[in-house]
Design a binder for this molecule. Sequence first.
Ligand code: ADP
Ligand code: MG
Length: 600
Amino acid sequence: MSPRLLLAAFVVLLGLVPVAGSEFQVTLANYIGLYALVALGLVLLTGVGGLTSFGQAAFVGLGAYTTAVLTTMQDLPPSLAWLAASPWLSLVAGLLLTLVFAAVLGLLTLRLSGHYLPLSTLAWGISIYFLFGNMEFLGGFTGLRGIPPIELFGHPFDSARKVFFLIYLFLLAGIVTIRNLLDSREGRAIRALKGGMVMAESMGVNTAISRLVIFLVAALLACASGWLYAHMQRFLNPTPFSLHQGIEYLFMAVVGGAGYVWGALVGATVIAMSKQWLQDILVRVIGQAGNFEMIVFGVVMIIVLQRARDGLWPVLARWVPVRSRPRRIDPGVPALDRRPLPAAGETVLDVKGATMRFGGLVAVNDLSLEVRAGEIVALIGPNGAGKSTMFNLISGVLAPTAGEVRFRGREIAGRPSREIARLGMSRTFQHVKLLPAMSVLDNVAIGAHRREYPGLLKGVITGAWRLDRREEARVLAEAARQIERVGLADHMFDAAGSLPLGKQRILEIARALAADPCLLLLDEPAAGLRYLEKRALAELLRKLKAEGMSVLLVEHDMDFVMGLVDRITVMDFGQRIAEGLPDEVQRNPKVLEAYLGGVE
Ligand code: ADP
Ligand code: MG
């Protein structure tokens, strides 16, 4: 069954609810839809992006109160009065207000790492709740009443059965939008946020902006849920926007499957229904009312999290015979523009006196190095000599303590790695950094993130509404081309994490090439490769060199290096101990002692 057919079947089933369901069932389904809309934002924010928020209920409240105030207040100032004309206008007002509010909060808090971010969401979750309760014009803790129903072309959505359609229209639109977004250029950057930030920055992605984007989108979804809620309920008090509810939203996303868009609906359904059901049963068993269901609920939650760490959706999905076809690559689309390569012999990379201290340890000590266009230069030395640190200084992952790094004539020491990447330097990592659950194709496509970049806003909007298909086809065709070039064509649609380590390294080379670099930094590319694979890699590097690419590589395998490179720089204890042509270096007594005669 194709995913589209499944979606159609689901929509038909959904359509039966307001037709065949009781008033109670329809109302419950409405609540589930509203919850799922908020949980959907958390799927994006927490499940995909790895940012935990307990404070989404506050954004729901912002949406609900904005529309409630605008549509019920008698004496609005004239500058705002026109907004009261229709709930649709107050939806727009609510979304804009939420956007501003979330942008300010996001800029203040998203920089926080580790536990500080969730803690800060707790803080604003609480404060906004009390703000709702204590503001006179918001009705205090008693609330606002008399909110009109939403109207569309003169038809009011004034019953649970009618609101149902509106709620699920919003939810399905939200699910499709988020799915599309994740399947686009910006979506790949978003999917790299959890566990791949250093890599993504090295591919030119501004991860701070990607984080802000998902924070804003999640807040907007919550706001829309609040707007629908206010007009469904027709009165409002602060209770549903408390921290308690914020925590429950997070539970829904996690229980449903925080990494999957459908997990939002599954989680909201399971939690809303089991709460209802538990309440009924417990009242009968215990014989008195009280919040006993919360206790059972907590225990069940812990069991679910133990048994199904990724939530219920992946467990359910195993029972559904859905197979999405691998994406078709169209090799006929016009290729992406390429950057002009520097003229042969031009100095591409020029490092002077680079020094890096980690506390008392000098990992790189006054090291100088030069790479010219069309050259392959090797950096060798025993383990711990400082080679990878040197790569990190050059590529902007670390800022050198002292020294100059010039790339194509520009001083880049201390610049963020995304800026350096955009200038045409691309790298691989000694400890491979890829997104194991994503396909080889998607991983390599991240490399092309900044090729013919349309800009963030345009990228997000066209991605969310599938207006980017032509561009996307070109990016994927480019990724496929690089995958074929490095010899991984058979693995194009496999999960990157399923490849043997040697092939993962090769994948990183394809990803680096997808960025269309003029300088390639390869950190131990041949480690873990078999003989024939090494020969193929050497062949590829020769071909790249012939095309005018410059390469700086760290390598242990002397045979591999000797026949391939133009010059070698040898490092030991952070310092350069030799430099020259391969055979000169091979005969240098200092090198023999430090490296070739050593434990390597
Ligand atoms: P190589 O790649 O040549 O094997 P590295 O550059 O990885 O060597 O490491 C050089 C030295 O710097 C090692 O002693 C290592 O422990 C130290 N080092 C590397 N990165 C860090 C870091 N982030 N913090 C502290 N010490 C580091
Ligand atoms: Mg290293």
